[in-house]
Ligand binder design. Structure first.
Ligand code: PMP
Length: 392
């Protein structure tokens, strides 16, 4: 039977970048203790009061079909939060609730790309980006950022690839690099979008995890609100990854079309999840800081451990729950390093190459285990790199 090219070519073929992760999981299944510094999942679970809100809503009867665009209460809450954080007037008509940020990324590309259109994204990138673009039958085109620029994108590099493209996907704070885009970077990006009439899809799911500098939403830059779709999520900010609740914020006209798309795809998000998300957002920034605090703390611990040696260089870790480490002094590739580290010390990290070509010779370390174990694992990573750097 025929299967569509859309589905059979979704992952682009070849290694999907999860080899080290899969090998670590196989070792664990076989009974080996492995320290996993791989995926972006908190080491805490969703807070009990949020689960109690969820329970109360479900017991109260909010278990039927919920409003497809999202409940009025949650859309209003998201709109108020975005308006307060960015200064951009935002109402419920600018917001659609989605089953997580991933569904929002898909819907955003579906909204602006026709089949065969070119959709730009920046390398290194979050693993699903090219597949998400292929999923709407658009053509993913990577624009490389550079290690020597600490992975802040250059407007000129994007402009080179922009002619004929339809959209540009960016992510700040960034997974995998931990870099937060500066105002100058974002102004450059905005200029390219205006010059080449590009839609900007801004993935801001890590917007509450900023350790240095400030999170700037490009939707707030002059002239950008009408060409920007912001992707947000409860996953990272409120440790609600499994609840699958996110949103798209953009021009009301686009949101109206997105609601049609949702009617024909997801049919919305469960009402009790939305009620719990609204209550979680109502807890305000202090609660969000509590969720972000372990990563802030571990990042500080890591900076102390990494100081005073040259075998491993930390890419400025300004936000998100990851550290990108430059291990080129060891003479190993990211893949080689990650595989050898897993074999020698049973520590799993992600090779930079899993996130594209621009992060070759790097590894990504997720700060998602308890502080003492995290420090001990990082010490081992450093010693391992030092041994190889001497030999190199
Ligand atoms: N964007 C980025 C950059 C991510 O890292 C993730 C999850 N790891 C997502 C989007 C999707 O998150 P969710 O679907 O859980 O909201």
């Amino acid at each position: 039977m025929h299967l569509s090219k859309r589905i059979t070519t979704l992952t682009g073929g070849g290694s999907d970048g999860w080899d080290v992760f899969n090998r670590a999981r196989a070792m664990i299944a076989a009974g080996t203790a492995v320290t996993e510094l791989t995926i972006g999942e908190h080491d805490i679970r969703t807070a009990a009061p949020i689960l109690q809100d969820m329970h109360a809503s479900a017991m109260g009867g909010h278990t039927g079909y919920a409003s497809v665009p999202g409940t009025a209460a949650l859309r209003d809450t998201v709109a108020r939060r975005i308006a307060a954080r960015t200064g951009v007037p935002t109402t419920r008509d600018n917001v659609m609730i989605t089953p997580g940020g991933q569904a929002a990324l898909f819907a955003a590309h579906a909204a602006v790309c026709d089949p065969g259109d070119t959709a730009l994204y920046l390398d290194p990138y979050y693993a699903t980006y090219p597949g998400t673009i292929r999923g709407v039958s658009a053509l993913p085109r990577a624009v490389r950022t550079r290690a020597e620029d600490a992975f802040q994108p250059r407007a000129g590099d994007i402009a080179e690839h922009a002619p004929g493209a339809r959209s540009l996907l960016i992510n700040s704070p960034n997974n995998p690099t931990g870099v937060v885009y500066s105002r100058a970077t974002l102004e450059g990006i905005a200029r390219v979008c205006a010059d080449h009439d590009l839609w900007l899809i801004s993935d801001e799911v890590y917007d509450t995890q900023v350790w240095e500098g400030e999170h700037i939403s490009p939707r707030a830059l002059p002239g950008m609100a009408e060409r920007t779709l912001v992707v947000g999520s409860m996953s990272k900010s409120h440790a609600m990854t499994g609840s699958r609740c996110g949103w798209i914020v953009g021009p009301a006209e686009v949101v109206a079309h997105l609601i049609n798309l949702a009617t024909h795809t997801t049919y919305g998000v469960p009402g009790f999840i939305q009620d719990a998300s609204r209550d979680a957002l109502a807890r305000g920034p202090a609660f969000e800081e509590e969720i972000a605090a372990p990563f802030r703390r571990r990042r500080a611990l890591a900076r102390r451990l990494l100081a005073g040696q040259n075998a491993v260089r930390l890419v400025p870790a300004q936000g998100a729950m990851y550290l990108m480490l430059d291990i080129r002094a060891t003479g190993l590739s990211g893949d080689g390093f990650a595989n050898a580290l897993l074999d020698a010390h049973h520590i799993a990290v992600m090779p930079g190459e899993s996130f594209g070509q621009a992060a070759a010779g790097h590894i990504r370390v997720a700060m998602t285990i308890e502080d003492t174990a995290f420090q001990s694992a990082l010490r081992t990573v450093i010693e391992f790199a030092q041994r190889h750097a001497k030999a190199a």
